[in-house]
Design a protein around this ligand. Structure first.
Ligand code: PEP
Length: 250
C-alpha cells in the first residue's frame, strides 16, 4: 500500500515573514504522519522554514538542485547544500524549468542521479503540453521523458524517487485533468516505469498528480488507484487550503 504524498510548491512567492507563518500554519494543521507532507519554499527561505518545521510532521523540499557536488556554477546549489539547508526533497524538471527555462533531459537525468545519490528524494516532474495531448502524443512524450530522465538510475535509488505527473496545460491555469484522464495517464506512467525498472519497483512508485489541485477537486483525483498524492502550486500558498488537500488525501 503506497502512502499518499502531498507537496506544496511555493514557487517565487512569499516574504520571509510570510513563509514562516505559512510553514507554521501548515505544521499546525498536519498533526500526524498518515500522509507524507512537504513544502518547497523559495531557496532563500529553506533554512528558516526548516527551523519552523523542525519536529513537525511536515518535510522541506527545494524547488531545484544542481548535479555537481561543487564548482563554478553561479547561482546553483549542490545536493549537499540542499540537504544541509534542512531539506529531504528536491523538485526536478518542473515544467517552469523544463519548458520555461529549456532545461534538457540529460541535465535533469544528472540532477535525479546526483540528488538521490546524496540522499534527497527527487520529485521528478513529467507532463505533456496541450498541443501534444491534442495530437495524441501524451504517451510518447511521457515515455521519452521517463526513459531519458531516469536513464541509468540504480536500483538502490528507486526508493528515493517520486514521479509527479503534471500536464503542462493544467499548471496554474485552473484547468484540471479529469479523474479519468489522471488515472489513465498515471496507469501508463506506472506501466512504463515497470518496463524500465521492473514490476515490483513500479508497484511501489509514488506518482503525484499536479495541475490546479484545489480542496474541492483533490479528493476525487486522489481516489484514483494510481494517483498517490499531489504536487500543489497555487493552493499551497494558503495554509488552510493546503491542509484541506492533505485531509482529502487521508
Ligand atoms: C505546480 O506548480 O507544480 C502546480 C501544479 O501548480 P498549480 O497547482 O498552481 O497548478
Amino acid at each position: 500500500m503506497r502512502k499518499k504524498f502531498i507537496a506544496g510548491n511555493w514557487k517565487m512567492y512569499t516574504t520571509l515573514a510570510g513563509a514562516k507563518s505559512l510553514a507554521l500554519g501548515v505544521a499546525q494543521g498536519v498533526t500526524d504522519d498518515a500522509v507524507t507532507v512537504a513544502v518547497c519554499p523559495p531557496t532563500c527561505w529553506l533554512v528558516p522554514v526548516a527551523e519552523v518545521l523542525k519536529g513537525s510532521h511536515v518535510g522541506v523540499g527545494a524547488q531545484n538542485v544542481h548535479y555537481a557536488a561543487e564548482g563554478a556554477y553561479t547561482g546553483d546549489l549542490s545536493p549537499a547544500m540542499i540537504l544541509e539547508s534542512g531539506c529531504q526533497y528536491a523538485i526536478i524538471g518542473h515544467s517552469e524549468r523544463r519548458h520555461g527555462l529549456a532545461e534538457p533531459d540529460l541535465f535533469l537525468n544528472r540532477k535525479v542521479k546526483a540528488a538521490t545519490a546524496a540522499g534527497l528524494t527527487a520529485i521528478f516532474c513529467v507532463g505533456e503540453l496541450l498541443a501534444e495531448r491534442e495530437a495524441k502524443q501524451t504517451e510518447a512524450v511521457l515515455e521519452f521523458q521517463l526513459a531519458a530522465g531516469l536513464a541509468g538510475l540504480e536500483a538502490g535509488a528507486l526508493g528515493k524517487l517520486v514521479v509527479a505527473y503534471e500536464p503542462v496545460w493544467a499548471i496554474g491555469t485552473g484547468k484540471v485533468a479529469t479523474p479519468e484522464q489522471a488515472q489513465e495517464t498515471h496507469g501508463f506512467i506506472r506501466k512504463t516505469f515497470g518496463k524500465l525498472f521492473g514490476a515490483e519497483a513500479a508497484s511501489k512508485l509514488v506518482i503525484q498528480y499536479g495541475g490546479s489541485v484545489k480542496p474541492d477537486n483533490a479528493a476525487e483525483i486522489m481516489k484514483q488507484p494510481d494517483v498517490d498524492g499531489a504536487l500543489v502550486g497555487g493552493a499551497s500558498l494558503k495554509a488552510d487550503s493546503f491542509v484541506k488537500i492533505v485531509q482529502a488525501a487521508r
